[in-house]
Design a binder for this molecule. Structure first.
Ligand code: MN
Length: 357
């Protein structure tokens, strides 16, 4: 028996000149782009450097041939035992850093038009994620509506927010959540998105920074619960991506504890416990998090979604089958629960088109 595997976290690199070629002429100098400079990959946009990474990406020997194009990607998926994937952007993860709302909106529109065109005919293999501008929430609402009409089934917002943008516990976001809830569009929070990615440079920095971006993601999830957004929109589902999933149980217990014991100060009051809202409406992707499978009944089986994070170095390629074997090794779990975690939950949530068997 082979498992149907849907990776709830994967990325497609945009063509190198996607924005430079497509933006209105007046904006082209500010296009998001990647360059190699003095042994570094330098990502820039809006006329400034946004991020630098040392060249040599940790994937030597296991080249990801499918990071730019569909055909070699399908071959890599086949080789690795992955049936279908959600597709997040790569450089497009940085659109919220572009400062100017019109520039951010234009980048999002171009990305969204490109990715949905790129996967046309492959919607049984790929779920494209719409990129929402966030510097102006009226633009976020408008782009979400446009993307629903284009056929997107999910959309992403950054975990961290640039200065001046209302936080996720503000009801200023309700105009966006209302559209998402009405059209059953899960809203995705992918780690590493937001104004900052580098917080530490000293000893342990590589791992400390990875933890920091996970914590920012978890903070966004907590704000969505405790600020009341999920309570006001009970049909809205949200997803943390690449923050692991075991955190859900500790977050649930900590939120309930404080919610009850600090109730004199708690505002807004929620219609049910934070843990109940979390379980009803929050989902999480993971790569290596065996603990979440062991604790699935406490967390909620329906909250867990396996992911490969292809083509990234922290992902499971080209060892996904081995990773899956280790994840379930020694765990007493029935076949339908295993299938839910490996693909069925995500395929249903993100409305992957399933071909008739
Ligand atoms: Mn990822």
């Amino acid at each position: 028996m082979t498992d149907f595997v849907f990776s709830a976290d994967a990325h497609m690199n945009e063509p190198k000149t996607l924005w430079a070629d497509t933006l209105p002429t007046s904006m082209r100098d500010a296009a998001l782009k990647t360059e190699r400079v003095d042994g570094y990959i330098v990502m820039s946009g809006g006329g400034k450097v946004l991020h630098r990474m040392k060249l040599g990406d940790g994937t030597s020997g296991d080249e990801r041939h499918g990071k730019y194009e569909i055909a070699p990607r399908l071959a890599d998926m086949d080789r690795d035992g992955v049936d279908a994937e959600i597709l997040y952007p790569q450089l497009g993860l940085m659109t919220c850093n572009l400062v100017e709302p019109d520039l951010e909106r234009a980048h999002c529109e171009i990305y969204n038009d490109w990715i949905i065109r790129n996967v046309a005919g492959y919607r049984h293999k790929f779920v494209p994620v719409a990129l929402l501008p966030v510097l102006d929430l009226a633009m976020a609402e408008a782009e979400l509506k446009r993307c629903v009409a284009l056929g997107f089934t999910t959309a992403m917002v950054p975990c961290g927010l640039p200065p001046g943008v209302p936080a996720y516990n503000s009801d200023a976001w309700d105009r966006v959540w209302a559209v998402a809830a009405e059209h059953e569009i899960p809203i995705v929070f992918h780690t590493g998105t937001g104004p900052d990615r580098v917080f530490e440079r000293g000893a342990g920095a590589a791992v400390l920074n990875y933890l920091a971006v996970s914590n920012i993601c978890i903070d966004a999830i907590a704000k969505m619960v405790l600020g009341g957004a999920l309570d006001r929109f009970p049909k809205l589902k949200i997803v943390s991506v690449e923050a692991g999933a075991s955190y859900l149980i500790s977050l649930a217990e900590r939120m309930d504890e404080s919610y009850k014991q600090h109730k004199f100060y708690v505002s807004p009051k929620l219609s049910m416990l934070p843990s109940e809202i979390l379980r009803r409406q929050v989902r999480a992707t993971f790569q290596y998090d065996k603990s979440c499978i062991v604790a699935r009944e406490r967390i909620g089986l329906e909250c867990l979604m396996f992911a490969t994070d292809y083509p990234h170095m922290e992902g499971t390629f080209p060892h996904t089958r081995t990773v899956i074997t280790h994840l379930f090794d020694g765990v007493d779990i029935d076949a339908s629960s295993r299938k839910a975690i490996l693909g069925e939950t995500a395929a249903a949530l993100f409305r992957l088109e399933r071909k008739a068997a």
